[in-house]
Design a protein around this ligand. Structure first.
Ligand code: PMP
Length: 506
């Protein structure tokens, strides 16, 4: 239905001296970043169509995505706070998402292994339709009777073991954790919190206080006196290691003893605030995709409960089937927390989050002060969350995460088995990590390798992210609709970049 007609100045490209060059084969579509090069050898073909010069080219500020993007970045700097960051030195202007892929303003496709919020796929129709339908029908608050909120609570609770039986709906992971800490303090009468090194639990003042990743990071002001930090239960590069001949039981014992020691530092007997809560992710995300040794949470929970505190599992990143072998991360450790917080994937991008707890804790919290969150639990958000649960169920996404993630983990391990800079490949389901070290003996972190890899993969159309206190772990946490073909593309791209000699000279 249409004709591609392009004049090409052949001379500079038909250099017979270039081995393997095919003088008759030029790309019909070029990468945006190579545009200037191609335009320099492709004369304007407008005259062949009898049109004025420039009529059939796409040059000119109005049509040039690069210029548009620069303009957008400048306007953003003017009107938004500079503490908001952008990924990549040369940021991407995204305009569309479909399944496990994102598209930029030049229609370039990227495989997305970064965004765990669009859990059931970018642009999911069922979720979008539920939101649209309920927005037209009714959007109000929890002070009226409504079927959606009760249905959502029922459907969520079907995924939880007893005695977790009460749901509070909020709008973000931060709001969920903030509420959970209030409940813990109300229930125990204590004020102190034990948290883990490398942990992040939200953006409010109260959550920065329990997020070592933030309070000991740039701009942070160190730990407050109502917080005690326990070391990351990292069997690869932590204080107790698998390669030191320690088995899982011994590592779980040692790391959970550290939790007991942290709790003791908060003890009222020593003038401390008492232990209200232990807050931890079942797999540490900002910590660098670290799965604690089996038995760690069980022993830690016992220590905390003995100290008078409650145990809070932050499932904001790992929940809703992502880990494959279980619906929730805490189930991998065979424990039942006292409070569980949910967020990110719960509305596939629509802001809905939750706290799930026991009747006993919920009753302690009902001390006469009304609890109300204006947007929390509105019918539109509830409909979005119900659509997410339905998609996970109907498309078997937990099982999908288990099989695709398992295959990907195996593929990544095979790919990197002999690579001197890859120290550890780990994770569960579609929540994986690749740790980079300068050499396998010293295990010295190699963050520059990660930066190189992330930037090169982006050029090849694959989005990756980096985390861990030393910025040396590549994180893989794609939408759960990520399939075998995507896993193959990812392994192939990583393989190509890992083979680049430039990686070694970072
Ligand atoms: N907990 C964890 C583990 C998180 O990763 C995050 C967000 N990165 C939060 C809580 C806070 O969630 P939100 O940004 O929705 O407030």
């Amino acid at each position: 239905p249409h004709l591609h007609f392009q004049v090409i100045a052949l001379d500079p490209l038909c250099d017979d001296g270039i081995e393997g060059a095919d003088p008759h084969n030029f790309p019909g579509v070029a990468l945006q970043r190579l545009r200037a090069v191609w335009e320099s050898v492709l004369p304007d073909p407008s005259a062949f169509a009898g049109l004025p010069p420039g009529a059939v080219t796409t040059t000119g500020a109005h049509a040039d995505p690069v210029l548009r993007q620069r303009d957008l970045a400048a306007r953003r700097r003017t009107v938004l706070g500079s503490s908001l960051s952008l990924s990549y030195d040369d940021p991407i202007h995204m305009v569309r998402g479909v399944g496990a892929y994102l598209y930029d303003d030049a229609a370039r496709r990227y495989l997305d292994t970064v965004n765990n919020v669009p859990h059931v796929g970018h642009g999911n129709r069922r979720v979008a339709n539920a939101i649209a339908r309920h927005s037209r029908l009714l959007n109000t608050n929890t002070r009226y009777l409504h079927g959606e909120i009760v249905a959502l609570a029922d459907e969520l609770l079907a995924h939880f073991p007893a005695p977790l039986a009460v749901v509070f709906l909020v709008c973000s992971g931060s709001e969920a954790n903030e509420l959970a800490l209030r409940m813990a303090r109300c229930h125990t009468g204590n004020d102190g919190v034990v948290c883990l090194e490398g942990g992040y639990h939200g953006n409010t003042g109260g959550l920065v206080e329990v997020s070592q990743y933030k309070f000991d990071g740039p701009g942070g002001s160190g730990p407050s006196d109502r917080v005690a930090v326990a070391p990351m239960p990292d069997a690869y590069r932590g204080r107790y290691r698998r390669d030191e001949g320690l088995d899982d039981d011994e590592m779980a014992r040692r790391y959970s003893d550290d939790v007991a020691r942290a709790a003791a530092r908060l003890d009222t007997a020593g003038g401390g605030p008492g232990v209200a809560a232990f807050i931890a992710e079942p797999i540490l995300s900002c910590g660098g995709q670290i799965e604690p040794p089996p038995g760690y949470l069980d022993a830690s929970f016992r220590h905390i409960r003995r100290a008078g505190g409650v145990c809070l599992a932050d499932e904001v990143q790992v929940g809703f089937g992502r880990v494959g072998d279980a619906f929730w991360g805490f189930e991998l450790q065979g424990v039942v927390p006292d409070i569980v917080t949910l967020g990110k994937p719960m509305g596939n991008g629509h802001p809905v989050a939750a706290v799930v707890t026991t009747r006993e804790i919920a009753d302690s919290f009902a001390n006469g002060m009304e609890y109300f969150s204006t947007f929390g639990g509105n019918p539109v958000s509830c409909a979005a969350a119900r659509a997410v649960l339905a998609e996970i169920r109907d498309r078997g996404l937990q099982e999908h995460a288990r099989t695709v993630g398992g295959g990907l983990l195996e593929g990544l391990r095979k790919l990197t088995a002999d690579h001197p800079f890859v120290g550890d490949v780990r994770g569960r389901g579609l929540f994986l990590g690749i740790e980079f070290v300068r050499d396998r003996d010293s295990r010295e972190p190699f963050p520059e390798a990660c930066t190189y890899l992330v930037n090169r993969a982006r050029e090849m159309g694959v989005l990756l992210s980096v985390d861990g206190p030393d910025h040396n772990v590549i994180k893989i946490k794609p939408p759960l609709v990520f399939g075998e073909a995507e896993a193959e593309l990812l392994v192939e791209t990583l393989g190509a970049v890992l083979n680049e000699s430039a990686l070694a000279v970072r």
